[in-house]
Structure formats: structure tokens, C-alpha cells
Write a new protein. Structure first.
Length: 253
């Protein structure tokens, strides 16, 4: 399957590193012009440099998805620079490690505001600039459907926020179908990005993960990027409102 995003402009949140950077590089390789938004302008610029080194076209933007004014500026800058907005990836996400007993209101609000409210803000603002044929992909997680704990407790605020993304995706798909814009989600399994602050490629971590994985390895950002590019593409034009697990079979067991 050849995916061609030529002539399209993509706005990707949290794309200064990890999965977001992988998505930016893949969309660029597939022909899109990419607006790389991140809370760190330095990291966003690093991603754009990689895009340009590979022959692509990109723009680095600073933006906190919790800030409506900041996201409005970033999206409008994208449209002003490139003339349109066709593809959006809500990738920005955070987690803090705390048991239920230790979890503070501040940590709850931080995680839910970034992971869930941020996706709402970006989708709402971006959709005002998008035309029929546009597409949005939200990043959820397998932990929107199952609870994962290797230490005796999970992160309930993270699970709740990502579970919200699953339903937000469906509701946005219904709402934005009136404009001809598709909305889907990708649910990553364990991905080698050090998102949680630890190394999931070590022997002990892999032993735990392989109890659930059918594919005997952790995922890489490219695995998620491949799925995102497909869902944004015309090849997926009859797919709307779904959540695609990219998890090495994690949810199968």
C-alpha cells in the first residue's frame, strides 16, 4: 500500500520527541508538510531539522495543549504559513506515577487536562480550519481499556484520561462527520520511548511484558506512526470513529 499525503498539511502535538516525532517523520516521508508543535520549542526544532534533512518541509511551534490561546496561535500560524490544515494528530500526553492514596488533585488535573482536555481543545480549534476530506487521529492507549500494573498500583488518572479519549474520538467522529472530517484513534501498547521514565527493553521489563504480548518485542515509534499515517490517508476513507490497537497483541489475552 502506497500512502500519499502530498499537498496536505499536518499539525502534530507533542511531536518534539518519542511517538510524536516518529509520526512527524512518517507523515513527512509520505509527502505531508508538517507543523511540529511541542511544549519545548528546542525539541520541536530538532524534529523539524530531521524532517528537513530527509527532504521534507516543516515548521516548529511551541504550544501547551492546555492553553486555548496558545493552541489557537499555533494552528493559525500553521494555516498562515502553509495555506491550509488537512491532518491533525493529537499526540501530546503525560503521566505521573502515584498510587490512588498518594494521588493529588494537582496531578489529576495536570494529566487529565493534557491527555483529554487538550485533545478537545485542539480538535475544536483545528476543525474550524479544516475542510471535507480532512482527518484527525487521537492517541489513546491500551490502558484506556485494561489496567496495567507491575508494581501493585496503577495510575488511575492516566487510565481515566485515556478512557475519555476513546469516547471523545467517537463523539468527535459523529460531530465532525457533518463537515466530512473523519476522526479515529490509535491505542499503543508498550512502546520504546521511555514515556514512563523507565527502560522497558531490559530483561526484567520484557519478562513482564511478554506475559501479554503475542509479538515478542516492545513497539517502536515507527509502529504507531505507520498506523497513524494509514488512518489519516485516503486508503482509510471508509474508517471513522474507531480505535485501532497497535499493541503487539496485548489486548488479545
Amino acid at each position: 500500500m502506497i500512502i500519499d499525503h502530498s499537498g496536505k498539511v499536518a499539525f502534530i502535538t507533542g511531536s518534539g520527541s518519542g511517538i510524536g516525532r516518529g509520526i512527524a517523520l512518517r507523515l513527512s516521508a509520505d509527502g505531508a508538510t508538517v507543523a511540529v508543535s511541542d511544549i519545548s520549542l528546542e525539541l520541536a526544532q530538532e524534529t523539524v531539522s530531521l524532517v528537513q534533512e530527509a527532504g521534507g518541509r516543516g515548521l516548529a511551534l511551541i504550544g501547551d495543549v492546555r492553553s486555548r490561546s496558545g493552541m489557537s496561535t499555533a494552528i493559525e500560524t500553521t494555516v498562515d504559513a502553509f495555506g491550509s490544515l488537512d491532518l491533525v494528530v493529537n499526540n501530546a500526553g503525560v503521566v505521573t506515577m502515584a498510587s490512588l492514596d498518594e494521588l493529588t488533585d494537582e496531578d489529576w488535573d495536570f494529566v487529565v487536562d493534557v491527555n483529554l482536555k487538550g485533545q478537545f481543545i485542539v480538535a475544536q480549534l483545528a476543525a474550524r480550519h479544516m475542510k471535507a476530506g480532512g482527518a484527525i487521529v487521537n492517541l489513546a492507549t491500551v490502558e484506556s481499556e485494561v489496567v496495567v500494573s507491575s508494581s501493585g498500583h496503577c495510575q488511575v488518572h492516566y487510565n481515566a484520561s485515556k478512557g475519555g479519549v476513546t469516547m471523545l474520538t467517537k463523539a468527535l467522529a459523529v460531530e465532525l462527520s457533518l463537515k466530512g472530517i473523519r476522526v479515529n484513534a490509535v491505542a499503543p501498547g508498550p512502546i520504546n520511548t521511555r514515556f514512563s521514565g523507565g527502560d522497558i527493553t531490559g530483561a526484567e521489563a520484557l519478562a513482564f511484558l511478554k506475559q501479554r504480548l503475542l509479538v515478542p518485542r516492545v513497539g517502536e515509534p515507527e509502529d504507531i506512526a505507520n498506523a497513524v499515517s494509514f488512518l489519516l490517508s485516503d486508503q482509510a476513507s471508509f474508517i471513522d470513529g474507531i480505535q485501532l490497537p497497535v499493541d503487539g497483541g496485548w489486548l488479545t489475552r
